[in-house]
Design a protein around this ligand. Structure first.
Ligand SMILES: [Zn+2]
Length: 78
């Protein structure tokens, strides 16, 4: 398997559509080829995040403001 094939098979692997042998071959290539392994990790993390629905992901600025607001309130009551 070369890099091109690995990339093509990667999506089947991620979507669990590939058979056992094909999955093993993809895995072996990713293990032997660091650039493809990195690409795979990225795709994998991306899919995981999408599956989780980005629920607990707040924009940096918003979470910062929220924290500042909470701190103000607790200080006021203190
Ligand atoms: Zn490769």
């Amino acid at each position: 398997m070369n890099c091109h094939e690995a990339h093509e098979q990667m999506y089947g692997y991620l979507d669990r559509e590939s058979g056992v042998v094909r999955r093993l071959r993809v895995r072996w290539h990713l293990y032997r080829c660091p650039p493809c392994g990195k690409g795979f990790s990225f795709e994998y993390a991306l899919r995981l995040r999408v599956r989780q629905g980005c629920r607990d992901e707040l924009p940096e600025e918003l979470s910062h403001r929220l924290r500042a607001l909470l701190r103000e309130q607790t200080d006021g009551q203190g």
